[in-house]
Design a protein around this ligand. Structure first.
Ligand SMILES: NC(=O)C1=CN([C@@H]2O[C@H](COP(=O)(O)OP(=O)(O)OC[C@H]3O[C@@H](n4cnc5c(N)ncnc54)[C@H](O)[C@@H]3O)[C@@H](O)[C@H]2O)[C@@H](O)CC1
Ligand SMILES: Nc1ncnc2c1ncn2[C@@H]1O[C@H](COP(=O)(O)OP(=O)(O)O)[C@@H](O)[C@H]1O
Ligand SMILES: [Mg+2]
Length: 283
């Protein structure tokens, strides 16, 4: 059954912060990605995650990206992703691990995906995006064996690679069947001009918002960061994933009222205001 995500559901999910709280109440997120070529992808994901309100953010990336990361968001901590002795404890300490934006598909990237997916446990959430999806397409057991709660965020070509379902044949029934084969505890955010969210139930959720100004590089990296930030604070459920998808497009639509193209950085900067607006609706 196809249902639209609604503003009311989002407002119910995004609750105001408790006065007696501190950073560790809002989730510890580790973002892994960004090679020599694609550092911007993991920085955009981290910036969106920060602006969504995650309590503590660490970025494990190529060291070449450190200066750019800290120029943009000094709030984020940095780990060189080659440093196993730092990476392994960071994976174990995280509530949420994002893997893939700008990671590339080299043998080293494959080793990183393996390290993350094998170490994670049931209480953690892993958001698998971009290059990590392409890598998993070649190594499907990685997702199947991962114990963490899984959120997959493919665009249509990434989903074709991962599921084997051709873009033209990506109907709800096919996607649900293929998702269940990949993992019995994964949520699928299948991105398009009208993104749909699939869990292991017969209900498929459709995002009613979004605009073609959002068709620009980095927009999916930004969504990944928002999903990480929302689930870090409000738990991993279909509702929280839906809320993140909705907030991303809602913010993009606000910007497109004036702007021809929706820049990911601008979307990220508007997020704290938009999320505050939703949090106050049921206060
Ligand atoms: N500033 C940066 O550093 C950026 C780096 N990026 C990274 O670049 C790497 C490759 O990702 P890409 O997605 O660019 O490349 P992919 O090769 O995974 O996907 C692009 C290909 O898919 C096809 N395609 C079909 N339907 C599509 C759809 N609905 N949306 C998108 N593509 C569709 C395109 O024609 C193209 O051939 C990833 O690691 C990604 O994170 C991107 O996130 C863009 C920004
Ligand atoms: N025409 C469109 N209308 C609405 N949303 C769009 C449109 N084109 C792209 N998007 C959104 O932009 C994002 C693109 O994701 P992705 O292709 O992974 O980007 P990138 O990897 O470059 O960051 C998705 O969230 C998608 O829903
Ligand atoms: Mg992408």
């Amino acid at each position: 059954m196809l249902k639209n995500i609604t503003a009311e559901q989002v407002a119910q999910t995004i609750t105001p912060r408790a006065p007696k709280s501190y950073k560790c109440n809002y989730g510890r997120v580790l973002l892994v990605g960004g090679n020599e070529q694609f550092g911007g992808a993991i920085i955009m994901a981290a910036e969106a995650c920060l602006n969504t309100g995650a309590g503590l953010i660490t970025v494990a990336t190529n060291s070449i990206n450190n200066a750019a990361l800290h120029t943009r968001i000094p709030e984020a901590m940095f780990i060189d992703y080659h440093a196993q002795e730092l990476l392994v404890p960071a994976i174990k300490a995280a509530d949420i691990v994002v893997i893939g934006p700008g990671l590339g598909t080299t043998p080293f990237a494959l080793e990183l995906v393996k390290t993350c997916l094998k170490l994670l446990v049931e209480q953690q959430t892993c958001i698998i995006d971009a290059s990590a999806l392409t890598i998993s397409a070649e190594n499907p057991a990685l997702i199947n064996d991962c114990k963490a709660q899984i959120i997959l965020t493919p665009h249509q070509m990434e989903w074709q690679r991962l599921s084997g379902v051709k873009i033209a044949a990506q109907t709800d029934l096919q996607n649900s069947t293929q998702l269940a084969k990949l993992s019995d505890h994964a949520t699928l955010v299948l991105k398009s001009e009208r993104t749909k969210v699939y869990d292991q139930s017969p209900t498929v959720w459709q995002n009613p918002l979004g605009n073609p100004g959002m068709a620009t590089g980095g927009m999916g990296d930004t969504l990944t960061g928002i999903i990480a930030g929302i689930v870090a604070q409000f738990g991993t459920t279909t509702n929280t994933v839906n809320a993140a998808v909705y907030l991303h497009s809602f913010t993009g639509d606000q910007i497109a009222q004036q702007d021809y193209v929706v820049l990911p950085a601008k979307l990220s900067h508007l997020l704290p205001q938009v999320i505050q607006q939703f949090s106050k609706q049921n206060a």
